[in-house]
Design a protein around this ligand. Sequence first.
Ligand SMILES: Cc1cc2nc3c(=O)[nH]c(=O)nc-3n(C[C@H](O)[C@H](O)[C@H](O)COP(=O)(O)OP(=O)(O)OC[C@H]3O[C@@H](n4cnc5c(N)ncnc54)[C@H](O)[C@@H]3O)c2cc1C
Length: 373
Amino acid sequence: MVWSELGQARRVRARAVLIATGAMERPVPIPGWTLPGVTTVGAVQVALKQAAVYPRGRLVIVGSGPLPLLLAAQLGAARIPVAAILDTTPPGRLTAAMALLPAAALGAPDTLRKGLALLRARDRSGVPVWRHVREVCAEAGPDGSVAAVRFRSVSGDEERIEADAVALHEGVVPNPQLTRLVGADHRWHDAQRCFHPVTDSWGETSAAGVFVAGDGGGILGARAAEASGRLAALGVAGRIGRLGESACEFRATPWLARRRGERSLRRLLDALYPAPDWIATPEDDAIVCRCEEVTAGALRAVAGNAAGPNQAKAYARCGMGPCQGRMCGLTVSEMIAHANGVSPAAVGYFRIRAPIKPVTVDELASLSDESAA
Ligand SMILES: Cc1cc2nc3c(=O)[nH]c(=O)nc-3n(C[C@H](O)[C@H](O)[C@H](O)COP(=O)(O)OP(=O)(O)OC[C@H]3O[C@@H](n4cnc5c(N)ncnc54)[C@H](O)[C@@H]3O)c2cc1C
């Protein structure tokens, strides 16, 4: 295994490797999402929590899921105004999710209580909430920064809200670069509209000795991430002969139960806040690959003739930039699948090559055989 640490390339031989690279927010390729002033809900939250920095002026939160609710509550607690919340959750989800509520209440009661408190906080906050909006786009002002958000309301009218900052969010997806790099098998998750590595109950992938824990193995949330980390540690201990099978199984019991509970909550969340269908059909002028500035229109022009994302890369340069497709990968798979009338499972994902993040030639040159252990 090779990695970069404090500007130094390092290498180690290992009998087992545990990948725990977490989740990332699903890229939301609406027209104008690359404008200055448009960011993600997670980015606003991180800036607020880690540096007490927040967007100035009229902030509009756009999206669906628990994270926009949490951000609105955190901004409210810090007395930072929010101009409007545009909730993109489609209508009818509560009814669709009702049957899953009892299992979630039994499996993860504390997390469910927190979620209900966030909904109540949003409804009492006085911030204008537009429900079930669609066809959202960010509009530039004379200085090139975002100046407004346009969208279609639930009644079908086209609306426009002035904005100095926009925070987008349509759920989180596993960060797949390392599990792809090792060649592990991945499966398409219909409800979450993303790929996740296929693992056994210890988190071992199809690449023998490579384990994955946490949201990088599938989106289940922070409490389940701790459980899957414990289970993967037991799996590794079993694999390298530090613990016997029955000891591993005995110690795994509470963590398996916790993960089951959190899974029942996730099923409820997936039903309440489904990943948006339109990801497969972004508008022509929306940029899909930010590194190479490839628009949805340019990708769509070749998508029907591409067997998969790797061929589309050659045709349209999407995924060829420094982020190696981290931003556009899912959208590219979805668009090609849509153009060919198949599931993203059938078209697959970008083939990921090392280094997964840019490193200097100097750093690569510093990697010598002596660093092997
Ligand atoms: C933007 C965002 C905001 C969230 N906010 C909340 C919240 O407010 N409350 C909540 O309960 N849950 C939140 N979640 C979900 C929560 O973060 C996860 O459920 C939980 O952290 C999963 O734990 P994990 O260990 O799998 O991943 P993480 O805690 O995300 O840890 C992954 C780590 O891997 C590192 N990493 C990634 N790639 C590499 C690489 N190539 N090399 C080395 N290191 C790498 C990352 O820097 C990170 O430190 C949020 C998720 C996201 C994406």
